[in-house]
Design a protein around this ligand. Structure first.
Ligand SMILES: *Cc1c(COP(=O)(O)O)cnc(C)c1O
Length: 372
């Protein structure tokens, strides 16, 4: 279990059990790496490896052959570094904010440069240190989120000196709709990327995220950047059952009760029992990554019995309808399944009106975390 919480507390006394299957994680990495070969597969381990815990995830992926790791922020790079051997590279997707350059250079982190300003800052750092510094250049090919704009791209192409003292390892862009294989935005971003490759010839391409891996090889380039597919999310309408689930979550019952027809349940009294019901209150709520939007929509499972969430999800608990189970089946400390064989991460996300990325990165640290 995670020693940061409750190291002296019996695991059974913790509010829930979050199990991370590192074997499935590594299998997913291998599946993706084989699929893109001869292109290389990196791993996106931002946001504490999507909430799974970078201290466990990064060494497992390194052992599986992964040598390139992407984080979002400089502080994440610093946190990741101790878990990786020297030959691993750490790339920072958002690039650097002013003042972070010397720290990044000293630790060998490679920024993704997203604007002429970030390029100039990194170049000044290289010049002040009297050496060449590595970088990735990111271009906006139609998402309008981050990366060099078409105008900045032209300035750069016409002024090669702006890149002197920099060793550009990859040209990069990010796909906005790669999870939808038929979305025309994929082709249009690909066409823009083709023009960029022609403007900056001879530099390798870092392109697809998880969804992009399930498009064709034009979306792979030389290096792909999967995140969600490593962690068991469904990355594409084309991925079928290629990706194995990695995370399962069970939550403990803290109380059971019987209520009669007409009883109000939960904050706001929004749910009114239509008949006599038996209820269980379980020890996880929106502060544990189960969004309030699951109120009256989501469910837990016990075996193959669906136990609907009734009333509003609270911060630290929620109430489920256990009328379908024989009386006495659930008692104080029983575990019910929230993510597992009967209910996928995707199904929880759909019920909550969100995406698997948001659920995973919200699960946080109040559960007993087990790595197998
Ligand atoms: C988060 C992110 C990824 C990983 O995306 P997934 O859809 O989780 O595979 C790749 N590239 C960039 C730029 C990202 O921000």
């Amino acid at each position: 279990m995670d020693m940061s919480i409750g190291e002296n507390i019996c695991a059974d006394a913790l509010s829930g059990r979050l199990v991370m299957d590192l074997k499935a994680l590594v299998d997913n990495y291998s599946t993706l790496a084989k699929r893109v070969h001869p292109a290389e597969a990196s791993a996106v381990v931002k946001a504490d490896a999507y909430g799974l815990g970078v201290a466990h995830v990064a060494p497992a992926l390194f052992a599986a052959g992964c040598r390139k790791f992407f984080v979002a922020h400089l502080q994440e790079a610093a946190k990741l570094k101790p878990y990786l051997a020297q030959e691993a590279s750490i790339f920072i997707l958002n690039g650097l904010l002013p003042g972070g350059e010397n720290f990044a250079a000293a630790h060998g982190f490679v920024p993704v440069l997203n604007s002429l300003e970030q390029i100039a800052n990194w170049q000044h750092t290289a010049q002040s240190l009297g050496k060449t510094l590595p970088a990735i250049l990111q271009f906006d090919t139609g998402m309008s989120r981050i990366g060099l704009s078409p105008q900045e791209r032209d300035v750069l192409a016409q002024n090669p000196a702006l890149l002197s003292d920099l060793d550009v390892l990859y040209l990069m862009s990010h796909l906005a709709s790669a999870d939808e294989s038929e979305n025309p935005q994929n082709e249009s971003q690909c066409a823009v990327m083709r023009d960029i490759l022609a403007q900056f010839p001879g530099i390798p391409l870092c392109f697809g995220n998880s969804g992009g891996i399930f498009l064709d090889t034009r979306f792979h380039g030389d290096l792909v950047r999967p995140g969600i597919a490593l962690y068991g999310g469904v990355p594409s309408d084309r991925s079928g059952d290629a990706i194995k689930p990695v995370v399962s979550l069970s939550v403990r019952v803290v109380q059971t009760r019987s209520v009669s027809a007409g009883t109000r349940i939960g904050y706001g009294g929004t749910y009114i029992a239509a008949q006599d019901m038996r209820l269980a209150t379980i020890a996880a709520g929106y502060a544990d990554g189960l969004p309030r939007s699951l109120s009256d929509k989501g469910a837990a499972y016990f075996g193959d019995k669906r136990l609907p969430i009734v009333g509003r999800v609270s911060m630290d608990s929620m109430t489920i309808d256990i009328s379908a189970l024989p009386e006495g089946t659930l008692t104080l400390g029983s575990l019910v399944e929230v993510i597992g064989p009967h209910q996928t991460l995707e199904e929880v996300a759909n019920a909550a009106g969100t995406i698997s990325w948001e659920i995973l990165t919200s699960l946080r640290h109040r559960y007993d975390r087990q790595y197998i």
